[in-house]
Design a binder for this molecule. Sequence first.
Ligand code: SIN
Ligand code: FE
Length: 333
Amino acid sequence: MTQRNVGAGVLKRGLHHPQTLSARPQTASADHLFWQTPAYDRFELLQIDETSWQARFTEHQQAQAAGVLEAGGLILLPRLAFPLDDAERPLLGPECVKRGAKHVSFDLRTGRLRGASIRTDQGGPLHQMLERYARASFALVRALLPHYVEALEVARTSFRPIEASGRTSSWRKDDRRLHVDAFPSSPNQGRRLLRVFSNIHPEGKDRVWNIGEPFEAVARRFQPGYSRRWAGYARLLRAAGITRGLRTEYDQIMLRLHDRMKADLGYQAGAVSTRLRLPAGSTWIVQTDAVSHAALSGQFMLEQTFLLPVAAMLDPGRSPLRILERLAGRRLA
Ligand code: SIN
Ligand code: FE
């Protein structure tokens, strides 16, 4: 097993007490791997050996890709690199992030950059790199996931040049802890978070993730509470500018899940997870609202978020929204 062979992941117990449960994945086909243990259920990984952001995919690959994402798996394109041009390469240092920010973010819809420390005129290299990445990842998702295209919304793009293992932050912002994604200021009202990530480390350093248990297991374990909140509260948050858009009961529950997972040190130390090494020069796609993940180490990553309405899924019943609604016994968004 080489470090580059992401498929040969290792199941381990906890962040600090690794225990190999199954060093070898099972295979559904050469590129479709999965891990299964009594504690774990099933984690699927689909590898696609493409090198172009304008690649065309077969119908079989498209169906497989949507199936793996909806099953809570990850699609890895181990050789799909995002090369920087000469003007962009000097950006590969942590200095371009403003003090206190986790990363630089960009919104293709408005052209605005946030979290940048250096002067970032419209059209400057940082702006250009993020915009190029947003367009490239949209082209990729359009080609690989045509079922979703009509409904897909482009959300934030980010550049993360800070070493993930060394960042000091509050427990709530600590992405080294297993969590599902939920954003306090950007409620998604039940839509899926579909994210494209590229490791652009110039010296070949892997980004290392742990993948935790499936969404329904997390939701049952943490019992995020399904009591109805005060209806005016969401409108108040929006009016005060604390949220962009209305924070639904679904959003409230997802935030609670995110926080309870990160705050529970016993869970963090003991949870069964799959270790993934995501090589420099690779790209991966995952729905991080449902797939619990922790970023242990790595530096220099680009990320693009898309929002997908649940109705556009092949099987909406697999969405966090529908799973939580089944557990709550009523509508949540
Ligand atoms: C995240 O937790 O969503 C970010 C993962 C990473 O920084 O690799
Ligand atoms: Fe996350």
